[in-house]
Structures are given as structure tokens and as C-alpha cells.
Design a protein around this ligand. Structure first.
Ligand code: SAM
Length: 288
């Protein structure tokens, strides 16, 4: 089977299987070999690695992953694509396709079964309609993962990478940066896909920390506070955190004071370190 990373071979597959490309599943197939090589290189995969791919589509990136990794496990929601994947990946004996919704798949079990529980590398051209839930699930469930190298909307990549003071800074920035170090790999134009998405894309590499550089004694509490702080960005920390109903205004105010922050400060001004320290102070106030 020829490589699919170009428009001619992709269109041939579409025609051969009379495939109707599903917008509802965020299907935009890569047709640019430079981009495919770029994502594989940035992922740093070697023949020792087990790779988890989310959304193989017709198998375009899977072919590159199968060539470079020891083993690839790809999770695809669209059952119409399964016979196509059997065809386009017939030359590889190191690929397992799972027909399921990634959000409902037991990833830990896959890692146990295919990599003896050791961390895998995630590589994907993600379906844009569920980028954030996928990334959040991979992190929040503390799944054994070395790194995540993914194509996302450029705007979402910007949110993952930015810090306090930017309009893009929010709950996603803080969640990503708590667990991983993000770096931009390349910006990808709509013309690299069939069909073309309406937005620019970016490949982003998230290198997961083996030891978290910043820790909160109660991660769940910190993320509840972060979500409340950005739910209504214009609200002060005092008001948004008190709307959680878990802490008195006096305790919130005292925590802000101890950190040298004004009682009118907004969440968008706080760094990850400050959110962690603030949540630790509030946690301590509850125990007293
Ligand atoms: N990897 C292919 C490529 O690069 O050409 C296709 C990428 S396309 C942007 C996203 C893929 O994710 C589609 O094949 C789509 O069917 C699949 N997908 C969408 N939602 C999914 C979900 N919840 N679980 C698993 N796969 C999903």
C-alpha cells in the first residue's frame, strides 16, 4: 500500500470506498508529508516505543508511526473506517486498531496490555471538536504517558502555551502547564488537509513531567478554584472562589493577603505557582 500522505492517494481511498467524510467526527485527513514527518520527529519515538494514536482516520499518520515505533495502538470512533484501515495498514504487523470512543476507552488497560504498564507516547491529529476533553482526560486520570504530540487548532495551542496577562490564559493553560512542558513544533495551514479546516492548526509537543515542578496538596481543589476563577473572567478571585461555596470570604481574603495579593485581583493575573499556593492556604484554612 502506498503512503497516504498526499492528495492523490487520499482521494483514491475516498473514491475506492465511496467514503463520506464525517464532519461530526472532525475528520480532516493529512495530505502533507512534511507535516507528517514533522510530527513524528517531534514526538521523538523510537523502535522501543509503544505509541497511542487517537483518531487514525484512513491510516495516514499510522503508517508513519508504524514505521518508526515498536508498536502502535490506534483508537478510532468511526466504524466505517475500520475496513479501510485494515487495507491501508495491511503491510504492518505492529498496529492494533480499536473501534471505540477515546473518551470511553480504558487507556490504562491498553498501556498494561501493550506496554507492560510503562509510559506510552501519544501522537495524534486530534478531532478538534473534543481536543480539550481528550487532553484533560489524559492528564487528570494520571495515565502513564511520556509525552503528547498533537495537531490542534492554532488557537487552542496558543491557550496551552501562554501565561498570566494574556487573553488566551485560562484553565487549559494551567492544566497543561501543571502536568507538562509545552513547545510549538510548527504551524500548519488548512491546505495540508482534505477537507480543509476553516482554521490554522499547530503541532504542539507536551513533555510530561516525571516530577511535577509545582504541586498543590489537593490537586482537585486547585483545579476547582482555577475553573471558578476563569468561569467568569471579569470576576475577582474573592467573588469567584466564594461562589464555590466551600470557603468564607474572610478565609479567601486572608489567603490573598498572606500572598501579598489585592482583594480585587482576578484569576488571569495569577501564575500556576500562585494558584497552587493559594489553594494550599485555603485547604489549610478548612482544616483549622
Ligand atoms: N489521523 C488522521 C489523519 O491525520 O489524517 C485523521 C485525523 S482526523 C483530524 C480525526 C480522527 O479522529 C478522525 O478519524 C475521527 O473519526 C476520529 N475521532 C473523532 N472523534 C473520536 C473519538 N471520540 N474517539 C476516537 N476517534 C475519534
Amino acid at each position: 500500500m502506498a503512503y497516504l500522505g498526499n492528495s492523490k492517494n487520499t482521494l483514491e481511498i475516498v473514491k475506492k470506498y465511496n467514503l463520506s467524510i464525517q464532519k461530526k467526527f472532525g475528520q480532516n485527513f493529512l495530505i502533507d508529508s512534511n507535516v507528517l514527518e514533522g510530527i513524528v520527529e517531534a514526538s521523538g519515538i523510537t523502535k522501543d516505543d509503544c505509541v497511542l494514536e487517537i483518531g487514525p482516520g484512513i491510516g495516514t499518520m499510522t503508517q508513519y508511526l508504524a514505521e518508526n515505533a515498536r508498536e502502535v495502538v490506534s483508537i478510532e470512533i468511526d466504524k466505517a473506517l475500520i475496513p479501510i484501515l485494515k487495507d491501508t495498514l495491511s503491510e504492518y504487523n505492529n498496529v492494533t486498531i480499536i473501534n471505540n470512543d477515546v473518551l470511553k476507552t480504558d487507556i490504562e488497560e491498553i498501556v498494561r496490555e501493550h506496554n507492560g504498564g510503562k509510559p506510552v507516547k501519544v501522537v495524534a491529529n486530534l478531532p478538534y471538536y473534543i481536543t480539550t476533553p481528550i487532553i484533560m482526560r489524559l492528564f487528570e486520570e494520571h495515565l502513564p504517558i511520556d509525552s503528547i504530540t498533537v495537531m490542534v487548532q492554532k488557537e487552542v495551542a496558543d491557550r496551552m502555551e501562554t501565561g498570566p496577562g494574556s487573553k488566551d490564559y485560562g484553565a487549559l493553560s494551567l492544566a497543561v502547564q501543571y502536568y507538562a512542558k509545552p513547545s510549538t513544533v510548527m504551524v500548519v495551514p488548512p491546505s495540508s488537509f482534505i477537507p480543509q479546516p476553516g482554521v490554522s492548526s499547530e503541532i504542539i509537543h507536551l513533555e510530561c513531567y516525571k516530577e511535577l515542578p509545582v504541586t498543590a496538596s489537593d490537586e482537585e481543589l486547585m483545579f476547582r478554584i482555577i475553573r471558578a476563577a476563569f468561569n467568569q473572567r471579569r470576576k475577582t478571585m474573592l467573588n469567584s472562589v466564594s461562589s464555590l461555596g466551600e470557603f468564607s470570604k474572610a478565609d479567601i481574603q486572608s489567603a490573598l493577603e498572606k500572598m501579598g495579593l489585592s482583594s480585587t485581583v482576578r484569576g488571569e493575573a495569577l501564575s500556576l505557582e500562585e494558584f497552587a499556593a493559594f489553594s494550599d492556604l485555603l485547604k489549610a484554612s478548612k482544616v483549622q
